[in-house]
Design a protein around this ligand. Structure first.
Ligand code: FAD
Ligand code: SIN
Length: 542
């Protein structure tokens, strides 16, 4: 690192937005005319799950549909712990937010009745808008990036990796801050191998998911829990961390991350079969391939445990229409010499979406003054224990403007205090200077897939926590990536151990049934964790 100790380049802005996926871009746009600094870990639009979204965005747009129906479906898959008022808010505002995207210039697919709506698992209707077939995220992000580049109030910092949140109490920087009235005032970041700081009167975390803590994931490289870990270190309350969604049909080829075969294929009639041709989901659930995602993912997992290989069979239902209707999946297949019009597509479940995250209220506020979160990094309570397909882009789309409105209100009522004088802590200096942890990260990703993957049990979770102790001890100078993966893994493993039941995305082999005593959210703060044991201050919220 080029900065000598205790000096650091710092800039000041009204609002710092960390993350440039759908949530971050939308929040930044809606903050005008406040001055916004927007951080993107990679080049703008890359390294964001939003760009890779295939299926689309759900909203009750069909005249025969209604937000009330959408609400019922959202709650039905959520394992009894979604926040109904949040789900009602999101499903009510959905249609309006889709119209906002159209007004901004997004071109969704149409058919002779108007907007073309597809169906995905556990939706009772066709309700998912899409663009260029399965390239929805790319189209939405294309338009938002244009609008962001046009916006004079936004300064974009590309290839800028946020490292730690700043608080006004300098001594707390980068450390756990249990004093919740000390405002968060920006973040340190690493750009061009230099540690810098952005002071901000308000900070929004929109860093996306955690898929990269696993060896098999559909998520981009950047999705390794940075925002979650950063907020945890600053003292944020974290909610429902044990609930991780595995997508049933990542394409089982040698690739990292795994390319996705969208659920819309099954919505269009594709079957799941094993190598004997057995359509095994018929025995698992009345909705067969369109059962809730966790059920389908575990159905495939069980087949794999029995030594079978699983495939998507799109030949009969989609056939020659494949390249036109699903160009993204078709290209993925072509890259691996699979012709889905003639061949079966090999599939395996992969970590896809985190229902848990930084706890927020209905305006996206966290428990820390000056800190908001939205998108996948946040836990609004919408998804409960399991997410309905295509509800996450919707959540980002609905919550980003709510967050921005609240931040604007906050700034107009706030006496802006002087910027924090930023010093680099010794810890940050060391942390950011090490970038050679690939092997240990690979080892931990494999452990996580095994022990906090689709099926968990006490023995495995305890083993993982011990392994984490070992890895942490052996890597005192971890890179930011390893540090955040270790923190996120420990938090998830701890909460998975604590929830002694199965519900939604959390399946315990040793507690295979749901237990009404656990029909509630879980809440944790980093300060509650002890290295060796789950202590009893970790709460399942009442
Ligand atoms: P992201 O879009 O992931 O953006 C996060 C941003 O934060 C990125 O710019 C990233 O680079 C940046 N970032 C991360 N860490 C840092 C850091 N330390 N410093 C600075 N920047 C950082 N959902 C649907 O509803 N419909 C779908 O069809 C759908 N399809 C999907 C397909 C795939 C392959 C994947 C992976 C996910 C899909 N999802 C879908 C889920 C959905 O895409 C995500 O939940 C959603 O896009 C999250 O948006 P976000 O803005 O919160 O995060
Ligand atoms: C998919 O297209 O299958 C992914 C949709 C989602 O994750 O919501």
């Amino acid at each position: 690192m080029r900065n000598p100790a205790n000096t650091i380049k710092s800039t000041t802005t009204d609002v710092l937005v960390i993350g440039a996926g759908l949530a971050g871009l939308m929040a930044a746009l809606r903050l005008a005319p406040k001055a916004v600094t927007l951080l993107s870990k990679g080049p703008l639009g890359e390294e964001a799950s939003s760009t890779w979204a295939q299926g689309g965005i759900s909203a009750a747009l069909d005249p025969a549909d209604s937000p009330a129906n959408h609400l019922v479906d959202t709650l039905a898959v959520a394992g009894g712990i979604a926040d109904e008022d949040i789900a009602a808010l999101v499903t009510d505002l959905g249609p309006e937010r889709i119209r906002d995207l159209i007004d901004l210039g997004v071109i969704f697919d149409h058919d002779d009745k108007g907007l073309s709506l597809s169906r995905e698992a556990a939706h009772s209707r066709r309700r998912v808008v899409h663009a260029n077939g399965d390239s929805t995220g790319r189209e939405v992000m294309r338009v938002l990036q244009i609008r962001v580049k046009e916006a004079t109030h936004i300064t974009v910092l590309e290839n800028a990796e946020a490292v730690d949140l700043l608080s006004h109490n300098e001594s707390d920087q980068g450390r756990h801050n249990s004093v919740q009235n000390i405002p968060i005032c920006g973040a340190t970041l690493l750009k061009d191998n230099e540690l810098q700081a952005v002071n901000a009167h308000a900070t929004i975390i929109a860093t996306g998911g955690i898929g990269q803590i696993y060896s098999a994931t559909t998520n981009p490289f950047a999705a390794c829990g940075d925002g979650l870990a950063m907020a945890a270190r600053a003292g944020a309350r974290l909610k429902d961390l044990e609930f991780v969604q595995f997508h049933p049909t990542s394409i089982d080829v040698e690739a990292t991350p795994r390319p996705l075969a969208t659920e819309a294929l099954r919505g269009d009639g594709a079957w799941l079969v094993n190598e004997t041709g057995n359509r095994f989901m018929l025995d698992e659930h009345p909705l067969a391939e369109l059962a809730p995602r966790d059920v389908v993912a575990r159905g495939i997992w069980q087949q794999i445990q029995k030594g079978h290989r699983c495939y998507l069979d799109c030949r009969r239902s989609i056939g020659d229409a494949f390249p036109k209707h699903f160009p993204t999946v078709y290209a993925h297949c072509e890259n691996h010499d699979i012709d889905p019009t003639k061949d079966l597509i090999p599939v395996v479940p992969a970590a896809h979406y985190h229902m848990g995250g930084i706890e927020t209220d209905n305006r996206g506020r966290t428990n820390l003054n000056g800190l908001w979160a939205c998108g996948e990094a946040a836990c609004t309570g919408l998804h409960g224990a399991n997410r309905l397909a295509s509800n996450s882009l919707l959540e980002a789309l609905v919550f980003a403007p709510l967050v921005s409105n609240d931040v604007c209100d906050f700034l107009s009522n706030k006496t802006i205090s002087a910027s924090a004088k930023v010093k680099t802590s010794e810890q940050s200096q060391t942390l950011t200077s090490v970038v050679k942890d690939q092997d240990v990260i690979g080892e931990l990703q494999t452990l996580n897939y095994r022990y906090i993957g689709l099926c968990r049990d006490e023995a495995g979770l305890t083993t993982l926590l011990k392994e984490l102790d070992r890895i942490e001890t052996n890597n005192p100078h971890a890179s930011t990536r390893l540090r955040n993966i270790m923190t996120t893994s420990r938090l998830i493993a701890t909460m998975a151990l604590e929830r002694k039941e199965s519900r939604g995305g959390h399946y315990r082999l040793d507690y295979p049934n749901s237990d009404p005593r656990y029909q509630r959210h879980s809440i944790v703060e980093l300060s509650h964790l002890k290295k060796d044991i789950v202590n009893d201050t970790i709460k399942l919220a009442s």
